[in-house]
Design a protein around this ligand. Structure first.
Ligand SMILES: [Fe+2]
Length: 307
């Protein structure tokens, strides 16, 4: 018997099953539940146990309602099948297992069909605090509870519709260089909007209230940042301004120094409408450069979308 430890289980970046799926070019996969090992289950338990009291303190009430409605198990990595049994009747959404990175258009288009690309691996138990890529704790315990809310789910669908409009628009540009410039800028603008809302958004507890609640999934899945984002005096928190957000770069490897506040889910929905109008009016075609970087795969996904 070999004495060195062989990678097994479904640990982020160490899962042979995922490597195989990627090598075969698969984006959407099954969740092979039997592959989660005891360490993976223990990591989930520890992540959930320390996060729970912080959710109760800082998370938006709709998120807490979602955690309850999904019957998330504190003691076991969730089975997407079980999650979907509770989720689908509430908003029509489902969690769809993926092998890893999903190109931008494919991701947004999946939302349009009320499915959320969901990572199934779980972070290494030695790295509970920070992970640059999503894992099942970020996706299922950070994103999916919000999808139980109908209005929030409609926002995600709108994102998908906006992406489709954008793809139709850029595919109609004859000059290839101009086409590439415009599509890169539009994807960057959409990614920034998504980042400062769905991933790192804050919401007023009630309209006009100074109390803030967390609805962004990057915050909801971070034990340290969920508290820091609301309480740290050095964090800049400003009312949402679309023209600022789409031009604002961000870095993913540290706590966010700048966050934006929306008034309500209706406000968020209206903003996606405004984003669409601005894309149609050409306002996203020459945004401030810098982060996020847009990959070849992202560009290709918009230019080759079957729209
Ligand atoms: Fe996310």
């Amino acid at each position: 018997m070999p004495t060195t430890q062989v990678a097994s289980g479904l640990t982020t970046n160490k899962a042979p099953f995922i490597e195989l799926q990627r090598a075969e070019g698969n984006i959407y996969i099954e969740q092979p539940y039997g592959l989660y090992d005891e360490q993976n289950q223990d990591t989930w338990r520890r992540l959930y146990a320390r996060m729970r009291p912080r959710w109760e303190k800082y998370a938006h009430p709709k998120f807490l309602e979602g955690v309850h409605n999904l019957a998330l198990d504190p003691d076991a990595v969730p089975r997407l099948e079980d999650i979907n049994r509770f989720l689908c009747p509430l908003s029509g959404f489902s969690a769809k297992a993926v092998a890893g990175y999903v190109p931008a258009y494919v991701f947004f288009d999946c939302l349009r069909t009320r499915a959320f690309p969901t990572t199934i691996t779980i972070r290494d138990g030695k790295l509970l605090d920070y992970l640059p890529e999503p894992d099942i704790f970020h996706d299922v315990a950070g994103h999916v509870p919000m999808h139980t809310d109908k209005r929030f789910a409609d926002v995600l669908v709108r994102f998908g519709e906006v992406a489709r409009e954008a793809a139709v628009m850029v595919q109609g540009i004859a000059d290839k260089q101009q086409q590439l410039r415009h599509v890169e800028s539009i994807i960057r603008g959409m990614a920034r909007f998504f980042w400062f809302t769905v991933e790192f958004g804050l919401m007023r507890e009630k309209p006009g209230s100074k109390n803030l609640k967390v609805y962004g999934s990057g915050l909801l899945s971070s034990y340290g940042e969920i508290e820091h984002c609301v309480t740290a005096p050095e964090v800049q928190r400003y009312p949402m301004q679309l023209e600022w957000v789409i031009n604002q770069s961000f870095e993913i490897d540290h706590y966010q120094p700048l966050l934006f506040i929306v008034d309500s889910f209706d406000h968020l929905y209206e903003l996606t409408h405004q984003l669409e109008q601005w894309i149609k009016a050409g306002k996203l075609e020459n945004l401030a450069p810098c982060e996020p970087a847009i990959s070849e795969a992202d560009l290709k996904s918009f230019l080759e979308a079957g729209v």
